[in-house]
Every structure is written in structure tokens, then in C-alpha cells.
Design a binder for this molecule. Structure first.
Ligand SMILES: *Cc1c(COP(=O)(O)O)cnc(C)c1O
Length: 390
């Protein structure tokens, strides 16, 4: 209630890397009466959003939409394709990879976790070596954009590593914070299960999540023996064809999804991806001008979606976030897991433009000054020069 009762003037800046800002158009689309999810009108909506999500995933194969957070879609990917005791290869890119691993272990899967320093993406050579050492691995699961660190991994390179090893493992990719922001091609990259969520690049409120499925993954679902009920793809697919769901869908969020897909298509996916790259580059220019360190150490892995900034030794990132929220009504992403209080994350994704970026970075720069964090002046100037030029 505390939050709901606050009425500061102007718009709140929700610059965490998801949930992201929801465009007014999407909010207005959601604001319609809920309809009969078994009636004729709904079937049309269902078919339209299922087809639209195929375009967003860049696939001609089936897409499943769950009324669930992204975590549910993680679970769905595993329980539909794997059996108790199956060996799964995962890579420790950061907090989200660590959570997915924990979920897999709880389901009774045996996880081999390639350790990482949370500053790099997935190393395809290590994936290849691990697969060569164990022909029995059932699946490779990686996070495309690690939202806790701001590092993006090269999924085609992971695919190529699996192919070089001549290995039959399924490839599963978490695209929760990349879909609709970073180029992602489920079919062309031969991913078996892509997992995603509504509240990041898709510009929707939290509450929907997705699996895009290859023919191979679908075939595996016939043999998989992990217990599954709510998540069973087969129940979904049986009725999705006509646009319906086996249980009550999140009807109003689907109105929003329909609108968000239309917005992404109107801008054009290549333009959407280029916009995110441009804002990420400008953000890095500001951070470097301030003289602060970016967490990502992967030369080609800087995330187009968020930038994770390390606080100088002895300064609290949470204190900075608190000051920025209090003074400028802006939310910045907190450090997760072992990065707690050491970093803050700037989200520059979704419903976002040049002046949103200027406002965001101005808030950060003023916060640094207010808190007396050692930094150089000129970050904002660097950004404005850059945005005016390119
Ligand atoms: C946000 C996020 C998740 C978690 O999704 P929930 O909707 O919170 O369950 C998982 N993976 C990545 C990469 C994310 O960004």
C-alpha cells in the first residue's frame, strides 16, 4: 500500500532490467472486459498471439504460452523433455543460471555446472569438451542474456560446439531478458526449447511465459518421464491449434501481448535490436566517462538490455539506489546473489528512447554526486554527444 499511495508528480522511471516500462498502448489494450475464454472471440485472439509469438521467436514451430512467471517456463522446458536422473549441462553465467540449475536439481536432474566468474558469457569450448567427455548428457541449458551481470552469450557458437562434438543433447536457452530486445532466432540457430517471459523486452506486465519448441524436443516429450501436469505441452498443443487453452488463460495479458507484438512488428525487429544496441553503447560511454567499471569483461558480450556498474570499493550500491529512488523517483536494478550491494544495474530495454536514456543516466550521475561517490564529470555530456551524432 505504501507504494500505491505515493503520488509523486511525473512518471516513475522503472529502469530495472525487467519488469520494464509498459507502454500506454499496452496498458489500454489490457483495460478491456475479460471475455469467455471458450467463446469464438477468444479463439481468434489466441490464434493471433500464438502466431505472433512465432514471429518474435523467429520460428515456424509451436510456441506455448503459460500464465506463469519465467521460472514456470524454465520448469516446463525441463519436465516436458527429461527423465529423473538425466544429466544436464549448465553454465554459471550469473544469478539466473544459478537459479535454473537449482530448479533442475530439485526436479531430480543431475546437473554438471561449468563454473564461471559472473563477468563472462558461456564458453563454447568448455561446452564442447564437457559433451565429448560425456556422451550421455541429455540437455545443454544456457542463459542468452544474463540479467544479473549484463553479459550476453553467443548462442550460435554454443550450437556449433554441440555440433562439433557430434552430440545429441537438446539445446535449451533462457531468452527471458533477450526476446524482443536482442536478435534471437529459435529455428535458424536450431534451439530445441527457448524459454521466455512477458515482463522484459516484450513490454508487458509480469505474468506470461513461453516455450518455443523444436520437432526434436516435441518428440522427446513422448518419452520424458519427469512428472508433469500443469506444464504438459501436449494438453496445450491439443487445443492451441484452434486458439484455446486447456485451462483459464491470462486473457487480459493476452490482449496486451497482441498489442505489444503489433508494436514490435511496426518498428521492425531489426530496428528494435539496433535501438537496444545503440542505447547500450551510449550507456557504456557514460559509465566510462564517469571512470566507473563495467562488470562485463566479455569483449563481444556487452548486453544491449542492461549495463551492470561496479561500485568503487567502500561504497554501497544499495545506498545509491535508495538515494536515486528517494530523490528522483527512479528504480535501478539491485545486485543479485553474490553481487548484492556491490553493483547496480541500469535497464535500457523495451519501451525506451533517447530521452528516457538521458533521464536515466542523469539520475545516476546526480545520485553519484549526492552520495559523494568518486567519479569524473562528463558522463551525461558524453551521452548527449553520442546520441546527437549517431
Ligand atoms: C527475469 C529473469 C528470470 C526470472 O523470471 P521470473 O519471471 O522472475 O520467474 C530468469 N532468467 C532471466 C535471464 C531473467 O532475466
Amino acid at each position: 500500500m505504501l507504494v500505491l499511495n505515493r503520488h509523486p508528480s511525473g512518471r516513475h522511471f522503472l529502469q530495472i532490467p525487467g519488469p520494464s516500462n509498459v507502454p500506454d498502448r499496452v496498458l489500454r489494450a489490457i483495460d478491456h472486459p475479460t471475455i469467455d475464454h471458450r467463446g469464438p472471440e477468444f479463439g481468434e485472439l489466441g490464434r493471433a498471439v500464438l502466431a505472433g509469438m512465432q514471429d518474435i521467436f523467429q520460428t515456424s514451430g509451436p510456441v506455448i504460452i503459460y500464465p506463469a512467471s519465467g521460472t514456470g517456463a524454465w520448469e516446463a522446458a525441463l519436465v516436458n523433455t527429461l527423465s529423473p536422473g538425466d544429466r544436464v549441462l549448465m553454465a554459471e553465467t550469473g544469478h539466473f543460471a544459478t537459479l535454473w540449475r537449482r530448479l533442475a536439481a530439485r526436479l531430480g536432474l543431475e546437473v554438471q555446472f561449468l563454473e564461471g566468474d559472473w563477468r563472462h558469457g558461456v564458453d563454447p569450448a568448455r561446452i564442447e569438451a564437457a559433451l565429448r567427455a560425456d556422451p550421455g548428457i541429455a540437455a545443454v541449458c544456457v542463459v542468452h542474456n544474463e540479467t544479473s551481470t549484463g553479459v550476453t552469450s553467443d548462442i550460435p557458437a554454443v550450437r556449433a560446439a554441440i555440433d562439433r562434438a557430434g552430440h545429441g543433447a537438446l539445446l535449451m536457452v533462457d531468452t527471458i531478458s533477450s526476446l524482443g530486445s536482442i536478435d534471437y532466432r529459435h529455428e535458424e540457430w536450431r534451439v530445441d526449447v527457448s524459454v521466455s517471459g512477458s515482463q522484459k523486452g516484450l513490454m508487458l506486465p509480469p505474468g506470461l511465459s513461453f516455450n518455443a519448441i523444436s520437432a526434436r524436443a516435441l518428440a522427446r516429450a513422448e518419452q520424458a518421464r519427469l512428472p508433469r501436469a500443469y506444464w504438459d505441452w501436449r494438453d496445450m498443443l491439443a487445443v492451441n491449434e484452434k486458439g484455446y487453452f486447456p485451462y483459464t488463460p491470462a486473457t487480459n495479458l493476452l490482449y496486451g501481448l497482441h498489442e505489444a507484438i503489433a508494436m514490435l512488428k511496426a518498428e521492425g525487429l531489426p530496428a528494435v535490436f539496433a535501438r537496444h544496441q545503440r542505447h547500450a553503447e551510449a550507456t557504456r560511454a557514460a559509465v566510462r566517462a564517469w571512470g566507473l567499471e563495467i562488470l562485463c569483461q566479455e569483449a563481444n558480450g556487452h548486453s544491449p538490455v542492461l549495463t551492470t556498474v561496479m561500485m568503487p570499493e567502500g561504497y554501497s550500491a544499495d545506498r545509491l539506489r535508495a538515494v536515486v529512488l528517494e530523490r528522483f523517483d527512479m528504480s535501478l536494478g539491485q545486485g543479485l546473489g553474490k553481487l548484492a550491494d556491490k553493483v547496480f544495474r541500469i535497464g535500457h530495454l523495451g519501451h525506451f528512447n533517447d530521452l528516457t536514456l538521458c533521464g536515466t543516466l542523469a539520475g545516476v550521475e546526480m545520485g553519484l554526486s549526492l552520495l559523494g561517490v568518486p567519479h569524473r564529470e562528463g558522463g551525461m555530456a558524453a551521452v548527449m554527444q553520442r546520441l546527437a551524432r549517431i
